[in-house]
Ligand binder design. Structure first.
Ligand code: SF4
Ligand code: SF4
Ligand code: FES
Length: 525
């Protein structure tokens, strides 16, 4: 064990769980809850495991009768004024107080006096609501605002059984990471305004995924019920986001279920099944290429898509459409900060770039608008409905799209472009497929499918593969992992090829190869 390791940390490393409320590995250690008391041989009293350092030959008892009795006493003390309103508490099912009560206390209350009442629904800020009666005063929320965000909005007020958490006068808990306090709160004292009373937590299923709100790609638990994402929670990743994520990213799950979600394959306003629709789309694209030549066709690649999608998109553009007119789409840039949030609002720009050799990377979106204006591009195949430019340029783009001979939109949401597209191919969101994203620091992370695709939507790579085959290209994978292997080989080739000029920026790492049973031949429905 390293010097300075605490008993609680050492026990965790050895696989022993010592109950605790106030301790959190990313925060300072106030040792105020006393839930972690353990017996150390030759010590005069029980000691808090969270702040007692291990020493040579130290003997610690974490589960003997004396320790269990102390835990029972601590819990009884905390519960003296606790409302025990578990049936209406959002934390029920994932509450440390509930769990420890059942594990160490499990006795009827001996309190015969009236409980002290406190504020019950007290908004601390736009996203976080406080329940003073449930608060156990562990100060995790206060320390988070002092030590992680440095915004210091919260403090403990009053004394004794009147104590509670408040913001300083004139302040609100409205920093960009305020909802992390809800994750940190070990009981139901802090609840998210968004998730309050929405879904019981035991109904939720969870998939390991990432937030697609910006190019940081914070690791998340994507928690869903009945094929709808109910909330994102940060997933510990020491390389990317540690324990945290921003509020905006946390609430970005709502984009997955917006009203303009595309779930039907449509051509000229009529709905088609995949086999019929792909046949017709292939013949329309073939006709357009005959009229305008391959040079009249442009393809927009989305940095919102997974590496696997982009790998197939590139193959489709080169082998089925035969065009080298490649452009980068995605969202417009925004604000970043000096913690997690990046100004690039696309989660996979590095994944997109690494799919192409350095000398033939896709052109910026502004070039596309120029090429449409000049009449060079008459047919456009666009991946994703996000438009990366704003203001007049955006207007110009929408005006030029309306003049195209053929506009194909392959996206999960229609946005402003759905009405102009003659062919709409409904794509999955990242909740509905496996895939890989490479973040701003070149770190590859996998996302796993949370639930089946909505309606007729399919993963982008599946659509490209099947449409490409209809157009005569030889694109076929029986298993997803075959596609991944080829993709990794291409990325390795692109990143290791020797250039005359060395790259200005560090190249992204390769994603780890993972086994996947997702079949490639599932696009027909
Ligand atoms: S609100 Fe929650 S995190 Fe904050 S002190 Fe109370 S119990 Fe702890
Ligand atoms: S920092 Fe970026 S990736 Fe992380 S939660 Fe916020 S928006 Fe999502
Ligand atoms: S976890 Fe040790 S005193 Fe709270």
């Amino acid at each position: 064990m390293d010097r300075g390791t605490t008993v609680l940390q050492a026990a965790a490393e050895l696989g022993f769980d010592i109950p605790h409320f106030c301790y959190h590995p990313a925060l300072s250690i106030p040792a105020n809850c006393r839930m972690c008391l353990v017996e150390v041989e030759r010590a005069r009293t029980l000691l808090p495991a969270c702040c007692t350092q291990v020493t040579d030959k130290m003997v610690v008892h974490t589960e003997n009768e004396t320790v269990k009795q102390a835990r029972r006493a601590v819990l009884e003390f905390i519960l003296v004024n606790h409302p025990v309103d578990c049936p209406i508490c959002d934390q029920a099912g994932e509450c440390k107080l509930q769990d420890y009560y059942l594990a160490y206390d499990a006795q009827a209350s001996r309190v015969r006096t009236t409980k002290v009442t406190k504020v019950k629904v007290y908004p601390l800020g736009p996203e976080v609501v406080y329940d003073g009666e449930r608060c156990i005063l562990c100060t995790r929320c206060v320390r988070f605002c002092n030590e992680v965000t440095g915004t210091a909005e919260l403090t403990v007020v009053e004394r004794g059984d009147r104590s509670g958490i408040r913001t300083f006068p004139g302040q609100e808990l409205d920093n960009a990471y305020s909802m992390c306090t809800v994750d940190l709160c070990p009981v139901g004292a802090l609840t998210s305004r968004d998730f309050r009373f929405k879904c019981r937590v035991w109904l939720l299923s969870s998939a390991d995924s990432i937030c697609t709100g910006c190019s940081r790609g914070c690791a998340i638990h994507m928690e869903h019920h009945q094929s709808e994402v109910q909330r994102y929670r940060p997933r510990y990743n020491p390389e990317v986001n540690e324990y945290w994520m921003c509020d905006e990213g946390r609430l970005s799950y709502k984009e997955l279920h917006r009203e303009d979600r595309l779930t039907k394959l449509q051509i000229n306003g009529a709905s088609f099944t995949w086999p019929q629709g792909l046949e017709k789309a292939a013949s329309m694209l073939g006709g357009a290429i005959e009229s305008h030549g391959k040079d009249g066709v442009g393809v927009v690649f989305s940095p919102q898509a997974t590496c696997e999608d982009l790998f197939m998109a590139r193959r489709f553009a080169l082998e089925a459409l035969g065009t080298n007119n490649h452009y980068v789409g995605g969202k417009p840039g925004g604000q970043g900060d000096d913690f997690l949030i990046t100004p690039d609002k696309d989660p996979n720009r590095n994944g997109l770039l690494v799919m192409f050799p350095r000398r033939s990377r896709p052109a910026p979106f502004e070039q596309l608008i120029e090429d449409m204006r000049s009449g060079k591009i008459r047919v456009l195949y666009m991946m994703g409905s996000e438009i990366p430019v704003e203001g007049q340029l955006r207007e110009d783009f929408l005006a030029e799209v309306a003049k195209l001979d053929l506009f194909v939109l392959q996206a999960s949401r229609g946005g402003e472009l759905a009405d102009t597209a003659r062919i709409i191919l409904p794509a999955c969101t990242h909740a509905e497929k496996d895939g890989t994203f490479i973040n701003v620091d070149g770190i590859a992370q996998s996302v796993t499918k949370a639930f089946e695709p909505h309606g007729r939507s399919r993963a982008d790579w599946q659509i490209f593969m099947r449409l490409g085959r209809k157009m005569g290209a030889e694109m076929s994978y029986t298993f997803f992992k075959e596609l991944r292997e080829e993709m990794v080989a291409l990325m390795t080739k692109n990143t290791t090829e020797v250039d005359e000029e060395p790259p200005a920026e560090e190249e992204p790492q390769q994603p780890e190869q993972e086994e996947s049973t997702q079949e490639a031949a599932g696009a027909d429905a």
